[in-house]
Structures are given as C-alpha cells and as structure tokens.
Design a protein around this ligand. Structure first.
Ligand SMILES: [Cu+2]
Length: 188
C-alpha cells in the first residue's frame, strides 16, 4: 500500500511538472507570436506610407487639357490623398478605385465634392441616414460633383468642370467615414 501511494505521488509530481512546463512553453510561444505580429504591423505601416507618398505624386496628371485625378479608398477607411489641386475651369476626370476587398454595404466609398460654406458634419450626418439614396441627402444643393458608392475591387469615374478658385472639401459620405475620408479640393 505504501509503495502504491509513493508511486501515485510520483505520478502526480510528473503531471504537475509537465503541466508547469507546458504553461511555460505556451507563454514563450505567445510572446514570440506577439513579437512577430508587431514586426509585421510595423513593416506594413512603412509600406503603406511609402506607397501613399508615391501615389500622391501620381494622383493628379494632366493630359490633353484634362486633369486626371486617381483617388483610391481602402478597407481601412482611407483615401490615398487628402489634397487635390486643380485650376479653375479645368475639366477634371476623377477615377475612384476601391483597392480593398470589403463589400459596399460594409466599407462603401464615394467622392462627394461640397460647395463652399457647407457644414461638413451636418451634411455627413444627414447623408448617413440616406440609405436608399447612395448616402446623399435627398434634395441637397450642397453637392458640386459626386461618384457612385462602390465596394472592394470596384472603380468608377466622373467628369466635371473645376469650380471657381477657392478651397472646397470632399468626403466619403458612407456613415462615419467622413471623419477620416475627408480632404481639401483646392482650385487655383
Ligand atoms: Cu468610405
């Protein structure tokens, strides 16, 4: 009987020791994974900012009297550029490309150029309730130009004449997006 007890105690010790080891192993693995994830995040951030800079340089191009603006929106609720410069009276061709993968109902993007003096927050809040109208407030007179709402992988283009010289604001009118997806449209 005594020997059996000793044996059981020995077994119990083995189990405890091995549990302890497992815990240690798991902790080590977790720390390693976190470290790896952080490293990946950092490098992605760096890549993004690099490509942003590159895109900004190429985002506005002039060809045969037409200004081509290449605007993109991603799954992180970001435009590639938050400032567009054109000249008064120029024909602007704006192409919006959704470079993300999320569908329109989750991460829809558009481009809405607003008249000067528009209360952007007020407009965006009204737009957020205009579900059946592509998130554009019904009967609004505050819009100079706008694209349709698109989802991941889609692209849409519009053409309009640059308004009088001045600084205008553009937003994505999908609910909540204007906080980040907002830029200055500067007409010189
Ligand atoms: Cu958006």
């Amino acid at each position: 009987m005594k020997r059996i007890n000793q044996f059981l105690a020995f077994l119990l010790t083995l189990v405890l020791v091995s549990c302890g080891d497992e815990k240690k192993d798991q902790e080590t693995i977790t720390i390693g994974e976190e470290g790896t994830l952080e490293q990946i995040d950092t490098s992605e951030d760096r890549m993004e900012s690099t490509s942003d800079t590159m895109q900004s340089g190429q985002a506005v191009q002039r060809q045969n009297g037409v200004v081509q603006v290449n605007l993109t929106g991603n799954d992180l609720m970001q435009y590639n550029i938050n400032e567009i410069r054109v000249k008064a009276g120029e024909t602007v061709r704006l192409t919006l490309t959704h470079v993300g993968q999320l569908p329109e109902n989750a991460m829809g993007h558009n481009f809405v150029l607003l008249k000067q003096g528009t209360d952007v927050v007020d407009f965006a809040q009204k737009a957020a309730t205009a579900t059946g109208n592509d998130y554009i407030p019904e009967g609004t007179d505050a819009v100079i130009a706008k694209t349709e709402m698109i989802g991941g992988g889609e692209e849409t283009s519009i053409e309009f004449t640059a308004p009088a010289a001045g600084t205008y604001e553009y937003i994505c009118s999908f609910p909540g997006h204007y906080v980040q997806m907002r830029g200055k449209f500067i007409v010189e």
